[in-house]
Structure formats: C-alpha cells, structure tokens
Design a protein. Structure first.
Length: 474
C-alpha cells in the first residue's frame, strides 16, 4: 500500500512539473534566482550569498508568492481528478492525500529554486569560498547555511497546511488576503533582539528575518519551538475540520442566496458607494487631506476630544447605519422568506453560524471594494501597509457591531428585560470603541466577536422556543 501511495505521489509530481501551468512557475523562479544571485554574489562570499538570499525580503516575498501559486495549481489539478477522489473513504483521507501532494510538489519547487540559485552563484560569484564564524555566533557560516536551507521546508509545510485548509474550508478571497499579508509582511519586518519567548512576534515571516539571538542554539531552539507550536495548532484545526459532517451543499445554498439577495438591493448599494465617493471628494479636494487621516473622514472612527470633527462623526454614523441595515436585512431574510431552512435543511445553530459567516463575508467584500477604490484614486498618498492596518481594525469594529446587533435583535424576541440589558451593553461598547477604533487591540475585538457568537449559539438552549419566537412580528 505504501509503495502504491508513493508511486501515486511520484506520478503527481511528474504530471505537475510537466504541465503547461508549471512553465509559469518555472519562469518566475528563473527570474527571481537570476536577480538575487547576481546582486548578492557581487558583495558576498560563496556561502554567504545563499544565506543572504534567504534573508532578503523581496526574495522571500516572491518565493512564498510562488509557493502560493504552485499550491493553488496543485489543488485545482488534484480536485479535477474525480475518478481518484471518489475512491477515498472519507473527507479526512482526501484532505490528507491532498496535503501530501501539495507539500511534496512545493518541496520540488524549493529544490529547483535552490539548484537555480546554486548555478547563478557559481557563475557570478568571484569572492571565493570563505568559511568564517557567522556574524555574532560561535558557529561557521557553513553550519548556518545548512541550518538556513533546512528551515525552509518547515515553513513550506506550514504554508501548505494553511493554504490548503483555507482554500478548502473558507474561500479564495481569504486565501488571497492571507498570502498578500504574508508577502507584504516580509518588507515590514524589523531586526529585533530576542532573548526570551516574550520577544518573539507571532508572525511567520519573522522566522526568516535575521534577528539577533544570544547564541545560535537559542535561535535554533526558538525556531523549533515556534514552528512546533504552529504545526500543532494547524494539526488540531485539521482534525476538527475533517471531522465535520458534509454540510457544504446546504451552506453553499445559503451563501449564494444571501449574496443574490444583497445584489437585488441595488438602491442600497448604490447609495452607499455614492455617499462614500462624496465623503472621499470632500476630504480630498475640499479639506485637501493627503494622509491616512482621510480614511477617518470616509469611514469615521476617531472622534476623541482632540480629533473631534462633525464630518468624522457623520461618516461613522452613516457606516454604522448602512451595515446595521445590511445585517438585519440578511439575518431576517431566511426567517421571513425561507423558514424551511431553519427546520428541514439544517440545525438552527448551523444555520446561525452559516448566516453569521455570510454576513461577515459580504461585509468584508463591500469594505475591500471601498478600500481598493479609495487607495487607487488617492494615487498612493498613503502606504498600503497603513491602509491594511486601518482596514483590519475597521472591519473588526463593524463585524463586532453587526454581531451585537444580531444579539440585541434576538434578545428582543425572547424577553424585553434581556433586550434592555443587551441595549445597555451595546451602548457601553459603542462609547468605548467609537473613541478611536484603531487604538483598540485586535485581541479585544476578537474577544467581543467570540463572546457574542457563543451567546448567540446558546440562546436556543436558554429559550427552547427561541427559533419560533424569531417569526413573531415578521
């Protein structure tokens, strides 16, 4: 059986590297290694050329961009082989085989890249084969070179797991956003002195940055601890998601239904983008704001005493109003028009989670379109990194508010006393967060989102007639 599995994997690799799609990957690898090898070889010794290449932000960014493209090609090719997929006994077996195929194909890409870099360095390096202590460590550069090339497969394994699981259990947008974040993060890393665990940053790209450690042993130990922790978390996620029953068709139906419903609300969407455009024109051409501060005049979110402005407040109220209407519209759609979904097609909590997920996805989609339009029409007046940092907090703030609105609406259906308590909660939340949405930690937003989802899912147990009461007055 092992031989059969190995032969199938070898055939997968042969098929992939001989396909027309792989030519694109191969050409990018040639260009990347030619550029890196020539530039580095001019100023570094033979061994140091390899070490420096795997520490350069642009090299790592493009290399892991190639890994993402290659992963996507392998996944789509694997999924197109229906005759093979139907033979798998379960979803877990299917995902396991898919992960093996993606990982080993990515390892082949890495080995090809390493071979290309070796050829280029051999051709252009004229500084000699010098072995010396690696900077700051009591080990030679040859040992550090071996350590460096052995680190990459661990990161490829992590990226393979994340890319495959995100693509199979989330969507393509989430996959693109994650990989874009990884590629950008390589350029945003700073060299840090790391002497304790608390100095480590939870960022995969930080593992390849030439940080300063007390000893080489510390660096190797920290790397193994970090990667082991991430791999353990990913393994737990893999076990949990592959245990799920196959509810994909039901969830896909609800998702498509929600997106179609919002697209029918053309007047609401047009009004939103017209007002966003008006706020942009006012901040850009009337107030002549050319920095990231412009986003506060379009989306609101910074109305502290020293930054208070009626335009910011109006923008904030408008955005809250629009996404509140969007939330209620989507939440009551199935209750009002498709009640059979709640009782026949899936359990109430599964419907609720699916509904929350769809509301979040639709919100993120509208937000991303807004950010893209503003960024490109602003002609890069502020950095992409600053826009992304603002966008993360802005989206988390809106999603938190949406979930609390759903909770308040649900509490109103159960009991007026619960509703009043919930209303006080949202007022306290808004007073706390509206002060400056960007200054609030991501962890706090995630905590609010998690607690609200747990409360929503527990409502059906608190009140056995909850799902029936949702119909009252609709």
């Amino acid at each position: 059986m092992k031989m059969t599995s190995r032969k199938i994997l070898i055939e997968d690799i042969k098929f992939h590297i001989s396909s027309k799609k792989f030519i694109f990957v191969f050409l990018i690898l040639i260009l990347l290694n030619l550029y890196a090898g020539i530039i580095i070889s001019a100023n570094a010794t033979y061994i140091d050329s390899f070490i420096t290449s795997f520490q350069m932000p642009y090299y790592l960014s493009f290399f892991f961009g190639i890994i993402f493209i290659n992963s996507y090609i392998v996944i789509t090719d694997f999924d197109s082989n229906n005759a093979r997929i139907i033979r798998y006994k379960s979803k877990r077996v299917y995902i396991k085989e898919l992960l093996k195929s993606v990982f080993w194909n990515n390892i082949v890409v890495y080995l090809i890249s390493l071979l290309m870099l070796t050829i280029v360095v051999n051709l252009f390096n004229t500084n000699g084969f010098e072995i010396h202590n690696y900077y700051g460590y009591n080990v030679s550069n040859l040992v550090y070179f071996i350590y460096t090339i052995l680190k990459i497969p661990f990161l490829i394994l992590i990226m393979t797991l994340i890319n495959t699981l995100v693509y199979k259990f989330a969507n393509m947008i989430a996959l693109l956003l994650f990989n874009a974040y990884i590629m950008i993060s390589f350029f945003n890393n700073q060299v840090n002195h790391i002497s304790t665990l608390s100095d480590l940053k939870f960022n995969l790209t930080n593992l390849m940055t030439p940080n300063i450690y007390n000893t080489f042993g510390y660096e190797a130990a920290f790397f193994m601890l970090y990667t082991s922790t991430v791999l353990l978390i990913l393994y737990i996620i893999y076990v949990l998601v592959t245990k799920r029953k196959n509810t994909f068709i039901k969830q896909k139906y609800i998702m498509i239904s929600d997106f179609k419903h919002i697209l029918k609300k053309k007047k609401l969407l047009i009004a939103y983008f017209i007002i966003i455009a008006a706020l942009y024109i006012f901040s850009n051409y009337v107030l002549k704001i050319k920095s990231i501060e412009k986003l506060y005049y379009i989306f609101g979110g910074n109305i502290s005493n020293e930054n208070f402005n009626i335009i910011k407040l109006s923008a904030l109220i408008f955005n809250l109003l629009f996404y509140s209407i969007l939330t209620i519209e989507l939440f009551i759609k199935d209750i009002k028009y498709n009640p059979e979904i709640l009782f026949l097609r899936t359990s109430f909590n599964k419907w609720l989670i699916s509904k929350i997920k769809n509301i979040i996805l639709i919100t993120i989609s509208i937000k991303i379109i807004s950010y893209i339009l503003i960024y490109f029409t602003s002609l890069w007046q502020f950095s992409l990194i600053s826009l992304i940092m603002f966008a993360i907090k802005d989206i988390l703030f809106i999603v938190s508010t949406q979930l609390i609105i759903i909770l308040i609406f649900s509490l109103l259906k159960i009991n007026y006393i619960y509703f009043i308590v919930g209303l006080l909660f949202i007022l306290l939340y808004l007073m706390f967060s509206l002060y400056d949405i960007v200054s609030i930690s991501v962890i706090i937003y995630m905590l609010i989102i998690t607690i609200t989802i747990i409360l929503l899912c527990s409502l059906n147990k608190v009140s056995k007639e909850f799902k029936y009461k949702l119909f009252e007055g609709l």
